[in-house]
Design a protein around this ligand. Structure first.
Ligand code: ADP
Length: 252
């Protein structure tokens, strides 16, 4: 049972309108879960409870769909990525609902935000307006792999699909589990744009494989790996390559 339930009692003027939102408690009072009021499903309720971690300005009209709830980078982590990027033009290749693009733009970088799903770009554009940074972002609906040969940038940011919440079920998340292509292929396409790549990956990712990515380039790229926490919870791993990293790769 979730703690934040709104008692609606007699305010239910048409209880048949949306029966899924109602629940009868022992006391007979009808309640509705607040995430349901917003049209958020039980599946993403846990993310909704952390909504201010995802977007501190959530209440001002942030919009996202179910996939967006699963995949958006928490604001503190996105802000860290932006700080570390060094600026210039940044391409957010799988932008989703805009969590990272907004933080890059907040630092006045020029951002190219790409997503294959028009709905996601619609949400990202709405969300960027809430943060007042829409003028810094070019939104593109398209397939990153098709667009890549035509793109130029100082930094490429990659938060490729982790395959939804099931990523957590793997003891060792290997790079072939990334979508829509394996991590090596995604990295190679990005590298043709710039060696300065930031990659946000699941916390259980195979770190030896991540290190290997730097050897896809000759000479091998600098690499730095960072753990990203939300409170005490390890949310993900960020790999910084090229100029965004501070050390030479090690031989594994
Ligand atoms: P996760 O598996 O981490 O939940 P998603 O499935 O939400 O991640 O994917 C992240 C984003 O990447 C989504 O918004 C999705 O539309 C987008 N995406 C997927 N394939 C491509 C592609 N080929 N080019 C650009 N964006 C893509």
């Amino acid at each position: 049972m979730f703690s934040e339930e709104i008692e609606i009692g007699s305010q239910v003027t048409n209880p048949r309108a949306n029966p899924k939102k109602r629940e009868r408690t022992k006391s007979g009072v009808k309640t509705v879960k607040p995430f349901a009021v917003e049209g958020v499903s039980q599946r993403v309720a846990k993310y909704w409870h952390n909504r201010y971690t995802l977007f501190t300005r959530y209440d001002e009209g942030i919009k996202m769909d179910e996939e967006g709830w699963f995949s958006v980078t928490p604001e503190d982590i996105a802000s860290r990525h932006a700080e570390r990027s060094g600026g210039g033009t940044v391409i957010d290749c799988f932008s989703g609902v805009g969590g990272n693009a907004i933080q890059f733009a907040k630092m006045c970088f020029h951002v190219v935000a790409i997503d294959i799903d028009p709905k996601k770009i619609g949400f990202a554009s709405n969300n960027a307006k809430i943060y007042g940074v829409e003028d810094y972002i070019d939104f593109i609906i398209g397939d990153f792999f098709q667009l890549a040969p035509f793109l130029k940038a100082d930094v490429v940011f990659l938060a490729p699909p982790w395959g939804g919440p099931t990523y957590n079920t793997f003891e060792n998340f290997t790079l072939d589990l990334l979508k829509p292509k394996d991590g090596y292929s995604i990295f190679q396409v990005a590298q043709r744009i710039t060696p300065n790549i930031i990659m946000f990956l699941p916390r259980n990712v195979d770190l030896r494989q991540v290190e290997e990515l730097s050897w896809l380039s000759s000479p091998p790229l600098n690499i730095e790996i960072e753990e990203n926490y939300i409170g005490s919870y390890l949310k993900g791993i960020t790999a910084y390559f090229g100029n965004t990293a501070s050390r030479l790769p090690t031989l594994s």
